[in-house]
Write a protein of this length. Structure first.
Length: 150
């Protein structure tokens, strides 16, 4: 349990660092460096951006909407996110287990709902239907015994 706690703390630290801390400092660093190395030393750009504040506000005004559009395109319009999601599912045994469970359980749910409707109409189940549900039960039992998260 303690080992898991350490890994969880390490994960939260990395997410906080990568998502917030490093991102904010990288953005500030980029704006500062580009202004003082490029804008400040080129007279024609100095006329367009006479102060660091004007440059920073302009870059944020252009950069934030542009990055939102790029993020939207990444998730909704490109194959990059789909590939990333596929890799996450392939490499994460918990996602794989959930997928396998649903593939095994859906036929069972369907058969049970068919039987429930039939029984609620006071109809008897045929031998074939009973065999089908026993086959599904065997498949489910085999799945539970053989499939482990590794």
């Amino acid at each position: 349990m303690k080992e898991r706690l350490c890994y969880r703390i390490w994960f939260y630290f990395r997410m906080g660092w990568a998502t917030y801390f490093a991102f904010i400092f990288a953005a500030i660093n980029t704006i500062v460096v580009t202004y003082f190395l490029a804008i400040d030393n080129l007279p024609f750009l100095k006329e367009v951006f006479p102060s660091f504040l004007i440059y920073g506000v302009t870059m944020m005004g252009i950069g934030i909407p542009l990055l939102i559009i790029i993020g939207y395109a990444h998730f909704k319009k490109s194959g990059a996110y789909r590939a990333e999601a596929d890799i996450n599912i392939e490499s994460n045994p918990h996602f794989k287990r959930i997928l396998m469970n649903t593939e095994v359980l859906f036929p069972l749910y369907l058969k049970m709902s068919e039987m429930l409707i039939k029984l609620s109409n006071n109809e008897k189940l045929s031998e074939k239907e009973i065999e089908d549900i026993q086959t599904l039960q065997n498949e489910l039992s085999e799945h539970m015994q053989n499939f482990t998260i590794k």
